[in-house]
Write a protein that binds this ligand. Structure first.
Ligand code: NAD
Length: 494
């Protein structure tokens, strides 16, 4: 693979020739390089996107865009095995999970193709207003050039969550993937070109966040910014957007609770709690990393979780049967290990707590569980983004909710109980944008996705995701034969 940027329909060198090494997190070996785009490269990409938006793309019908989105989906489908394998080498996740990501990516492009067609039907819809001398209709116009900045935990899928709705809406885009995982985004650029996306409509600038990302967030010709990443970076991006009054959506971090009541089915709880924290090595924004368990079931549950956690097969994501791969990078490994060391001082370690035996290379971390975690512990309050579960016990429902909601985050929350009235009550009282009852993490692409509090601004996915990239425009027409007669009228009769 050439270390190039994809700008205006062609592969181009970064202006200063800089590159970034790609390290396989399972082996710590460098196996590829990609271009480190600069501020000048971002400017070139935004200029190309602006030209393409002004010339043709924003004038296409939803139906025309749907055909291209479906061609992208089928291009990805055609290469799904290679893409899944590339994601494993780049990110470290187990191959079966990477296959799931690619399947969701295909689904995402097809779904937004459907929405693009629906958009044609919605254009010019009348709005009921209380004065029949007027007629009001609404049109949805593309927001303009969209800057899309994404993280490393689901590299291609997170890009798709933004690229698909942006293209469906008629926006032109500049995508900035994470400097840790840019390889599948480069493949996406090629697939978009082959699918017939016109030059300038999809641009890709790989590179560092502090340089390429920051310029994209601040560029005056970017009218819409869609960002997924950590809270501190989200605040920096939001600050840049505010200075230029850009439309903004933010999908940020989380520290989501899973509340387990005594009456819950123990084995179901074990399954969902493990899925909620060990899937994707715990590098999931909505990971239910805080287990809040009622005293009556706590002992048995922790015992079963520790038993099952110890059985998890750890290894290179390419190896059959592996359930837990390495963390994405040395930076993330050091960060997670730092939290584990803090946890050992703050709470009781039940299992895990370090590097698995026999692994001399790779960023591997054992599935780790801490109990008796106080509410002021760092491992309780801060997003670790690794396979580390923090457990605290409760007695009453009110106590559980107070613990669950006592966080700066508000992305997701889960409750496990056989009492469905209680489940509904707790779901209503959770301060979170996504709530799961008797499960954790299942995600569909039609409902809204996003968080409250510091977990974000706005919603992605479904039609909410499409609206992010559209400006609704009202057109109000006076249609009465009678003169309006406000000024041209005897003042006494007003
Ligand atoms: P990050 O904030 O470090 O980086 C995210 C992206 O922002 C990267 O592309 C990076 O290069 C870029 N960036 C960095 N500094 C920038 C700057 N100053 N200006 C503009 N862009 C900049 O996050 P990460 O470590 O890649 O991802 C992990 C975080 O993402 C976690 O907090 C996780 O919860 C969050 N996340 C949230 C969701 C969600 O849907 N809410 C989904 C996935 C990940």
């Amino acid at each position: 693979m050439q270390p190039k940027l994809f700008i205006d329909g062609s592969w181009q060198d970064a202006t200063n020739g800089g590159t970034i090494d790609v390290v396989n997190p399972a082996t710590e070996r460098t196996f590829a390089q990609f271009a480190a785009g600069t501020e000048i490269d971002v400017d070139r990409a935004v200029a190309a996107a602006k030209r393409a938006g002004q010339s043709t793309w924003s004038q296409t019908t939803g139906r025309e865009r749907a055909a291209i989105l479906r061609a992208i989906a089928s291009g990805i489908e055609h290469e799904q095995d290679e893409l899944a394998r590339l994601e494993v080498r780049d990110n470290g996740k187990p191959l079966a999970e990477a296959h799931g990501d690619i399947a969701d990516t295909i689904y995402c492009f097809n779904l937004y193709a459907d929405y693009a067609e629906d958009l044609d039907r919605k254009q010019g819809e009348s709005i009921t207003i209380p004065d029949d001398r007027f007629k009001t209709t609404v049109k949805y116009v593309p927001a303009g050039v969209a800057g899309l900045i994404v993280p490393w935990n689901y590299p291609l899928l997170m890009a798709a969550w933004k690229v698909a709705p942006a293209l469906a809406a008629g926006c032109t885009v500049v995508l900035k993937p994470s400097e840790f995982t840019s390889l599948t985004a480069l493949e996406l650029a090629r697939i978009c070109r082959d699918a017939g996306v016109p030059p300038g409509v999809f641009n890709l600038v790989t590179g560092y966040g502090r340089e390429a990302g920051a310029r994209l967030a601040a560029h005056p010709d970017v009218r819409k910014l869609a960002f997924t990443g950590s809270v501190p970076t989200g605040i920096a991006v939001a600050t840049a957007a505010a200075k230029d009054v850009k439309s903004l959506s933010l999908e940020l971090g989380g520290k989501s609770p899973i509340v387990v009541f005594n009456d819950a089915d123990l084995e179901q709880v074990v399954e969902w709690v493990m899925f909620g924290i060990f899937w994707n090595q715990g590098q999931v924004c909505s990971a239910t990393s805080r287990l809040i368990v009622q005293s009556g079931i706590a002992g048995r549950l922790i015992e079963r979780l520790a038993e099952e956690a110890k059985k998890i097969t750890i290894g290179d994501g390419m190896t059959d049967g592996v359930l837990l791969g390495p963390l994405v990078s040395k930076t993330q490994y050091d960060k997670v290990m730092g939290y584990i060391e803090a946890g050992k001082r703050e709470a009781s370690l039940v299992c895990g707590g370090g590097r698995p035996a026999g692994f001399n290379a790779g960023y591997f971390v054992e599935p780790t569980i801490f109990t008796g975690v106080p509410a002021d512990a760092r491992i309780w309050a801060e997003e670790i983004f690794g396979p580390v579960l923090s457990v605290a016990a409760f007695k009453t429902e009110d106590e559980a909710l107070a613990l669950a909601n006592d966080t700066e985050f508000g992305l997701a929350a889960a409750v496990m109980t056989q009492d469905l009235e209680r489940a509904a009550r707790v779901a209503d009282r959770f301060e979170a944008g996504v709530v799961w009852i008797n499960c954790s993490q299942p995600n569909f692409l039609e409902p809204p996705w996003g968080g409250m509090k510091h977990s974000g601004v706005g919603r992605e996915l479904g039609t909410w995701g499409l609206m992010n990239f559209l400006e609704p425009k009202q057109i109000t027409a006076y249609q009465s034969a009678e003169p309006w007669g406000w000024y041209l009228k005897d003042p006494k009769s007003r």
